[in-house]
Design a protein around this ligand. Structure first.
Ligand code: FES
Ligand code: FES
Length: 187
């Protein structure tokens, strides 16, 4: 018989209580118990970063955290940023810069970028590269992702004018990228 323990984890401001096994990861809890399937599972061993969430305000790979360790703690998934201006700017910039292709890495990439820009509002380009080095992307070659994050940083520090691009004016390719991302549960 399985040894189960009840835990309560605050997921996107909502307490979720469920029984967990000792070895169960936060990633499995989020996807299987909290219904947060927008958190993606890639490698399940800490290498790819697709499972990244905001854990107690910091970007963390949820496959490396035990659900038991998250007892009473706050987790934010990509669906938990509604109305957050920094995240909205990042999402729009990713689409505008072609930093989303298949979209599988995008939720984790966005959350890593978000946590990084919160801590480092005026980063050097090399710092952005380092900040996302734990998130793998098989599609974009990273340059467009770094461009997207850099553009947001420059705008927020007033060093670059907004291009006045709105979601409704995205090109066909950009719309497709955005669609992939939304289909995977992002945004
Ligand atoms: S699924 Fe967690 S790092 Fe790959
Ligand atoms: S893995 Fe496809 S967009 Fe990054």
């Amino acid at each position: 018989m399985k040894n189960l323990e009840m835990v309560t984890i605050i997921v996107n401001d909502r307490p979720v209580t469920a029984p967990v096994e000792a070895h169960e990861s936060l990633l499995d809890f989020l996807r299987n118990k909290a219904g947060a399937v927008e958190v993606k599972c890639g490698c399940n061993q800490g290498d790819c970063g697709t499972c990244t969430v905001l854990f107690q305000g910091k970007a963390a790979k949820s496959c490396l955290i035990l659900a038991l360790q998250a007892q009473g703690k706050e987790v934010r998934t990509i669906k938990g940023f509604s109305g957050d201006s920094l995240m909205e700017q990042l999402q729009e910039s990713f689409v505008r810069n072609g930093a989303i292709q298949c979209g599988f890495c995008t939720p984790g990439m966005l959350i890593s970028s978000y946590a990084f820009l919160q801590a480092t509002p005026q980063p050097a380009r090399e710092e952005i590269r380092n900040a996302i080095s734990g998130n793998l992307c098989r599609c974009t070659g990273y340059k467009k992702i770094i461009d997207a994050v850099e553009e947001v940083a420059l705008k927020r520090t007033g060093k670059q004018q907004d291009k006045q691009t709105t979601p409704s004016s995205f090109s066909e390719g950009q719309e497709e990228a955005k669609g992939n991302y939304l289909l995977l549960g992002g945004g």
